[in-house]
Structure formats: structure tokens, C-alpha cells
Design a protein around this ligand. Structure first.
Ligand code: ATP
Length: 199
């Protein structure tokens, strides 16, 4: 699996629809200070579900929408799409290309799509679980992240190894199942009380 394409539209400094094609191997993005290089990696983290405006170097989520310039009016929504090559079926979808999209309106409403089908953020998070791709995963190492990884608590550091070894998905499913079991136990208790009342 590799990142084939990113499309940004109305996202930060990318007012017009901008498409970047990647090939296998190393790609370097170069440009003067403030030209939008970091905005590209912000876009990748955002489409993968980043919910913290501060992590995206903004004050509020609306700040990710192109705010206008001397020459152009502001736009009403921001959108980013990532297209990944899935010929090795690393992602559990029977498509050779998978495109995930996130769109946010000034009202704050967010929409997510997988291959143009509307979905929940949870579906995107689950799709990428244990692949190393994700807003917190190790596929995006930002400035200062290595230091952060080395200096964080050992439990937090373990999370990175758990993602790499592919067990996060099972841990998350275990948590959900335990929650359902608890709810079912509560329901059983309630039914038991009702039966006792009726007897
Ligand atoms: P450096 O090399 O200094 O790290 P960079 O190429 O990584 O710079 P970015 O930090 O990606 O640059 O881009 C910063 C630019 O993006 C600034 O000019 C800023 O005004 C612009 N920008 C950020 N958010 C918005 C927005 N919502 N609307 C318009 N422009 C924006």
C-alpha cells in the first residue's frame, strides 16, 4: 500500500483544487517558507480524523478552511482526499484503489467518505487500524515527534509498538465487546427485577 494521490480544495492555503501525485519511492516537497509544505501533512492527518485544531496549528477547526487573501475571497468548505494503492489488499476492501475524503463546512459539519460513499469517522479509523496509517500512527512523524516518542511514558510508547504489531484492532474490538457484555448484564438484571415484580 502506498499513497498515490492527495487532493486539497479550500484547505488552508490551497484555495483551488490542488492535486499531488506520488510514485513509489521517496518524494520530497520543497518550497519557500510559508508556501504550504506543512499544510500538506496537516491535510493528511486531518483526513485521517485529526480532531484537534491545535494539532493542525490552528485555533479552531474553521481555521483549516481557506480564509481568503488580497486576491481571493474565502471559501465555504475545505476538503481533502487521499488515494491509496491497495493492490496488496492491505486495507480490508476489495478495491485496488481506496480514496478517503473529509469535508468540513463553516457551520462545523464534517462529512467523511470512503470511495465516495458517505461513512462515519469510525469507519475510516477502523479501516486504517494496525496499518501504521492514522492520525496518531507512526506513518506521519512531524517535527519534534521523535523526541516526543522517546520522552513519553513507557505505556504511551507501547502504543506505537502495538500499532506496528497489528493488535490495536483486536484491543479495540475487545473493549467494544466488553461494553456490550456490561450492557447486556444490566439488561438481564432489569429483566430479573421485572420478573420478580410480576411473580
Ligand atoms: P515553513 O517552511 O516555514 O515550515 P511551510 O511551507 O511548511 O513553511 P505552511 O506552514 O504549510 O508553510 O503554510 C503556512 C501558510 O499557510 C501561511 O502563509 C498561512 O497564511 C497559510 N494558511 C494557513 N491557514 C490558512 C487558511 N485557513 N487560509 C489561508 N491561508 C492559510
Amino acid at each position: 500500500m502506498f499513497l498515490k494521490r492527495i487532493e486539497l480544495s479550500g484547505f488552508k492555503s490551497f484555495a483551488d483544487r490542488t492535486e499531488l501525485e506520488f510514485v513509489q519511492g521517496i518524494t520530497a516537497v520543497v518550497g519557500p517558507n510559508g508556501s504550504g509544505k506543512s499544510n500538506i501533512s496537516d491535510g493528511i492527518r486531518w483526513v485521517l480524523g485529526e480532531q484537534s485544531a491545535r494539532s493542525l496549528r490552528g485555533g479552531k477547526m474553521e481555521d483549516i478552511i481557506f480564509a481568503g487573501s488580497d486576491a481571493r475571497k474565502a471559501v465555504n468548505y475545505g476538503e481533502v482526499s487521499l488515494t491509496l494503492d491497495n493492490t496488496d489488499q492491505s486495507l480490508a476492501l476489495e478495491f485496488n484503489e481506496v480514496t478517503v475524503t473529509r469535508r468540513v463546512h463553516r457551520s462545523g459539519d464534517s462529512e467523511y467518505y470512503i470511495n465516495k460513499q458517505a461513512c462515519r469517522l469510525k469507519d475510516i479509523t477502523e479501516l486504517f487500524m494496525d496499518t501504521g496509517i492514522g492520525k496518531e500512527a507512526y506513518s506521519i512523524i512531524g517535527q519534534g515527534r521523535i523526541e516526543e516518542i522517546l520522552s513519553t511514558k513507557s505505556e504511551d510508547r507501547r502504543g506505537i509498538f502495538e500499532e506496528a504489531s497489528g493488535i490495536v484492532k483486536y484491543k479495540s474490538r475487545k473493549r467494544e465487546t466488553e461494553k456490550k457484555l456490561q450492557e447486556t448484564e444490566q439488561n438481564l438484571l432489569r429483566i430479573h427485577d421485572l420478573v420478580v415484580e410480576l411473580e
